[in-house]
Design a protein around this ligand. Structure first.
Ligand code: HBI
Ligand code: FE
Length: 290
């Protein structure tokens, strides 16, 4: 999720920023959700959890099963009781999109910002801004995976340097193409684990089954050079062989020289295959992953 946003400007963003703390956290205010909102959540959950059984990575399916969130908008404190002993993560409620430096600081300290408001009835399929369904259903199951848990902390810690080097766009693409829109190759075929995909009915099916869309093997530098669009299905997906590849592929990278070399170039347009590249063969799958 990416929107231009400075420390002082939250105008134009959805959500109530009035009364937020200096770190942009708020109370979830669970009792203020209407019965209609809980009902909308139930329908969103029913639809996406059914799709997830077939299309999502086993780590996502397992994480979702450990969260009791089928029957209405969950209380973040209940999820925290599951997360804390599992991977040490905690959810904090936020009004919506928050400034980059605060977002990174929360992640660096194993706090995951979760938007408190829920999308409206006519926004079932895709939103540009994160809501509680995207943030909770999409991201929280993967916070129970030890590799993703560690990776997100490292990502948070990498933020400061990227901002200081004027290369935030490059770092943000790593998050976008993995945590938000990542695919995983498994022995049961291609599966989705990115939160932007698993919280979208259309893109869940499209990203795995579309015969034309470009799928490239995970490559951190290629990702940092690749632009993306926030208001349509992705034109390029990157495929991991395993979740640990995320950390293995990034810990030994010296980001400084990579930022310097590429930060002033135009990004490679999404959907473009470079001459020396071989896409991942699409695998149409039919078996449930659970
Ligand atoms: N704030 N609530 C919220 N959610 C995000 O995904 C988010 C954000 N602020 C900044 C941000 N994402 C990204 O631009 C950073 O990953 C760079
Ligand atoms: Fe997200």
């Amino acid at each position: 999720m990416k929107t231009p946003l400075t420390k002082t400007s939250t105008s134009g963003l959805r959500g109530d920023y009035e009364g937020a703390a200096a770190d942009f956290t708020v109370g979830q205010d669970w009792s203020s959700y209407s019965p209609e909102a809980h009902d909308r959540w139930r329908r969103l959950y029913a639809n996406q959890s059914r799709l997830a059984q077939r299309y999502a990575a086993p780590q996502f399916v397992a994480g979702l099963a450990r969260l009791d969130c089928a029957d209405g908008i969950p209380r973040f404190e209940d999820a925290n009781a599951v997360l804390k002993p599992a991977t040490g993560w905690q959810l904090v409620a936020v009004p919506g999109f928050i400034p980059d430096d605060h977002f990174f600081d929360h992640l660096a300290n194993r706090r995951f910002p979760v938007t408190r408001w829920l999308r409206e009835e006519h926004e079932f399929d895709y939103l540009v801004e994160p809501d509680v369904f995207h943030d909770f259903f999409g991201h929280v199951p993967m916070l129970l995976d030890p590799t993703i848990a560690d990776f997100l902390e490292l990502y948070g810690k990498a933020g400061e340097r990227a901002m200081a080097m004027n290369a935030l766009d490059m770092l943000a693409r790593i998050y976008w193409y993995t945590i938000e829109f990542g695919l995983l190759a498994t022995d049961k075929g291609l599966k989705v684990f990115g939160a932007g995909i698993v919280s979208s009915p259309g893109e869940t099916v499209f990203s795995v089954e579309d015969p034309e869309v470009l799928r490239l093997p995970f490559d951190p530098v290629r990702i940092m050079r690749t632009g993306y669009e926030i208001d349509s299905f992705q034109k390029t997906y990157f495929v991991l062989d395993s979740l640990p590849q995320l950390i293995d592929g990034l810990v030994d990278l010296d980001f400084g020289p990579i930022y310097e070399r590429h930060r002033d170039e135009a990004p490679i347009p999404a959907g473009r295959l470079l001459p020396n590249e071989t896409p991942v063969t699409p695998q149409i799958i039919g078996e449930p992953s659970a």
